[in-house]
Design a protein around this ligand. Sequence first.
Ligand SMILES: Nc1ncnc2c1ncn2[C@@H]1O[C@H](COP(=O)(O)OP(=O)(O)OP(=O)(O)O)[C@@H](O)[C@H]1O
Length: 254
Amino acid sequence: MITIENVSKQVENKWLLNDVSFKVDEGACIGLIGPNGAGKSTLMKLLSGLEEPTSGTVKVLGKEAGKWSVKKLAQKVSVLTQDGLSPYPMTVYDAVLMGRYPHLSFFQREGTEDYKRVENVLSMTGLDSFRNQMLDTLSGGERQRVAIAKAMVQEPEVLLLDEPTSYLDIGYQVNVLNLVKEWQNRDQLTVLMVLHDLNLAAQYCDQLVLMNNGEVIKQGTSEEIIEADTLQTVYQTKPEIIRHPKSNIPQILL
Ligand SMILES: Nc1ncnc2c1ncn2[C@@H]1O[C@H](COP(=O)(O)OP(=O)(O)OP(=O)(O)O)[C@@H](O)[C@H]1O
């Protein structure tokens, strides 16, 4: 569970976040949307304990993000950025196995259970045939799947995703988000993800938080947020809203 209460963040003379408050309940998937520079990544940095708020509190699983030890936080929270994989040369298998490291003590080697988890996840993510391929030879979409697989073997309670689908073709976009959704439903995972694609956000998230200029403009269901006038106020363009023919979820046309 995530609680963000009256959070502001100042860097030099600039306010990057201004009195931001919202909650992500256990097992829910919330989409963070808003134009460039709205403050979405800044908020993700506070949640992953990389930075501290200037005022207000950011709590993850009931404890302030900055107060978790690095190791404990890594056991509980997985952060997936656009390309968060190791820059060092290694195989897909070794990169995914690294997801177990937060659960091992300093001198402890991986054991049978860790290897079993990796095998499971490689098959779930369709990466079996890539296991011996070097990371730097993978396509963008394949790398993103490896990053998800690494996060899965980590077995976190909270998953933070910053733009998990950018640079992915439509097949991989759906593939990656379906993986996250299945995982959320199977393990009661709590998910907060930044998405620029409003149609995907409306389809995959239980609720959306719309940000602009460091503030939360509105939080609600896709019915409440994917609405022409609301979107125009922050994106400076008025989209046409239509209904998805199968799910009836509101979708935008530009
Ligand atoms: N260290 C910093 N010093 C000064 N300004 C910063 C710093 N970090 C971020 N900003 C500014 O804060 C604002 C919010 O940035 P942030 O990256 O959080 O936006 P975002 O919503 O993630 O945008 P995008 O969708 O473009 O990724 C931007 O105007 C950015 O220039």
